[in-house]
Design a protein around this ligand. Structure first.
Ligand SMILES: [Zn+2]
Length: 138
């Protein structure tokens, strides 16, 4: 599928492009969760990360690494969350796969430990919990 007219990301204005590569584009999130919050998308309209070609995934990763470097220089964060919301149940709201690069700063949340686990707040704090049983821990 090439550039459907209804896709916001297929119709980004040039002015919004923060960086780009042969197969990917980086732009700042219009609803940033932290200063510098950036999205990486493939140039090709693809809904699922798992439908990208390996070349597209590699290109997105290479651009993400370059974007991280630029964000470090511009914002001086002390960490990053890198994430993809894959599918409606996981929070994907635009049907053009996008990778979030979220700079993190000292004190930006009360408890950063657990990171992505906070998508389920009641399960985020694991450090005092007993691990679930596994074949190794009956
Ligand atoms: Zn698109």
């Amino acid at each position: 599928m090439d550039k459907p007219n209804t896709c916001t990301y297929c119709n980004l204005s040039e002015a919004r492009i923060f960086d780009h590569s042969a197969l990917s584009i980086a732009f700042k999130d219009v609803f940033p969760v932290s200063p510098g919050h950036t999205l990486i998308i493939p140039r090709r309209h693809v809904e699922s990360y798992f439908d990208l070609t390996n070349q597209e995934r590699e290109d997105m990763t290479a651009l993400m690494i370059r974007v991280r470097s630029k964000l470090k220089d511009e914002f001086n964060p002390i960490g990053f969350n890198i994430g993809i919301n894959e599918g409606f149940a996981a929070g994907q709201t635009v049907s053009h796969i996008n990778m979030h690069v979220i700079p993190r700063y000292k004190g930006d949340v009360a408890e950063p430990r657990g990171g992505i686990r906070w998508i389920f707040p009641e399960k985020a704090v694991f450090w005092n919990a007993k691990p679930a049983a596994t074949p190794e821990t009956p």
